[in-house]
Design a protein around this ligand. Sequence first.
Ligand code: ADP
Ligand code: GLC
Length: 480
Amino acid sequence: MKIVHAASEVYPYVKTGGLADAVGALASTFADRGHAVSVFLPGYRLALEHPATAGAERKLRLKIEMGDRFASSDVFVFSPKKNLTIYLICREEFFDRRGIYGNGERDYEDNDNRYIFFAKAVVETLRLLEFKADIVHAHDWPTGLLPVLLRYAERRHGVTLALKTVYTIHNIAFQGVFSMRSFPRTNLPEELMGIDGLEYYGQMSFMKGGLLFADHVTTVSPQYAKEIQTPDFGCGLDGVVQSRAADLVGLINGIDRSVWDPSIDALLPARYSSEDLAGKAVCRTELIKRMGLTPGFKGPIFGMVARLTEQKGISLLLANRDFFINQTAALIVLGKGDGRFEKALKELADDLPGKVALAMRLDEGMSHLVEAGSDFFVMPSLFEPCGLNQMYSQAYGTVPLVTRVGGLVDTVVDIVDQPSAGTGIMFAPTVEGLQSGLHRALALFANRPAYQAVQRRCMQRDFSWTQAAVGYENLYGDTL
Ligand code: ADP
Ligand code: GLC
């Protein structure tokens, strides 16, 4: 099959979160399975600086209609491996900036134009190359308009650009809602300004475009597929999601074993497997040293790697500060995000030196060390479409503490619910829930044989992409 993916971030070229990991691994998995896979990514400065894109060649020059003006784009292309081609949509005005979505303080004010332009450039490239894709697969709000722009371009030019379109929601909390004044830049017909089109409470929603106009809609776990049809989790789009319920499936992401496997991980000071965990102790010692915990610390280390946002349950963690004050337990947080969370975590670390340590930066190497060197991985998310870190932590023999939401429900088995198959500790997304989870972890850690049995079960779980790939293949096949 000829499969086209379009996304605003793709690992290893540009990443701010799990979206990049998921799209990168999905594309690579399908290439390995013999499909011809093309991936479109904006040519951000960061992507062009990545060593892997150095050999990219200019393939096309586009003229993109943006309302009543035209904007040009250079399309650079390279192939990182067999069956995989990466297209970088370049335009300095939009993508030659330090950030991806914003400057760290706030989102760029022209994100509407940037991603309208990107989606149109994907469509125009497919048209000029007479590509005839089997599947065009768009991800999250930045490419939400792609399915609808593609169909209107087909109508306008009397061509077929793709047999079917698929739209995947990785996070419904980010919808790409902009003023209706952005609408004319889409050059879509005015009828789409209404409630049956892109209109969302008087504004325009990119995600609604993907939801309404793709042939199939997917999200990244079965549990989240159910949740987003409810007002509690649908973030205002639950009604629209319900209207597509017949075409909606939840497919859990896998993890990329070439990047996340403790037995081959070159980013760790030592490697290990479920048969021999000695290397994990080396990682723990290194983590203690690098993060400045008390040397020789014996209690459990709770690790966390996350965007510091409301979603990730930072407020639940902060409300449990007494646990770390009163118990022999350490906390390590690697993350960047909302200023108020950064500040509160910093205060906690200042109050508890040697016990609570922070690294407020994006640091790929450190994320592997936290996964490997911690004893427990904390993920008290208020909602979690899929979540990758709880899968990484299981692969690394680090027992996850997770809330009973979204993909966490589909990927962690609670040790009380299933004593002989449990791999983690689950609780309600509340302050008390996390508190009970932390105490359960402490008790488990004190019982060495029980803790090690859970570790081994964690490491033996199969989180490969094969299952998801078969799911997507069925869907793609279904759609043809
Ligand atoms: P989300 O996409 O909602 O942020 P996921 O669990 O799906 O959550 O994926 C998060 C990804 O981002 C993981 O690969 C995680 O390791 C990575 N990550 C988050 N924060 C950092 C950080 N500060 N440094 C390095 N990697 C990070
Ligand atoms: C989003 C979600 C996360 C998911 C990732 C990849 O960023 O927040 O739960 O794992 O996308 O699908």
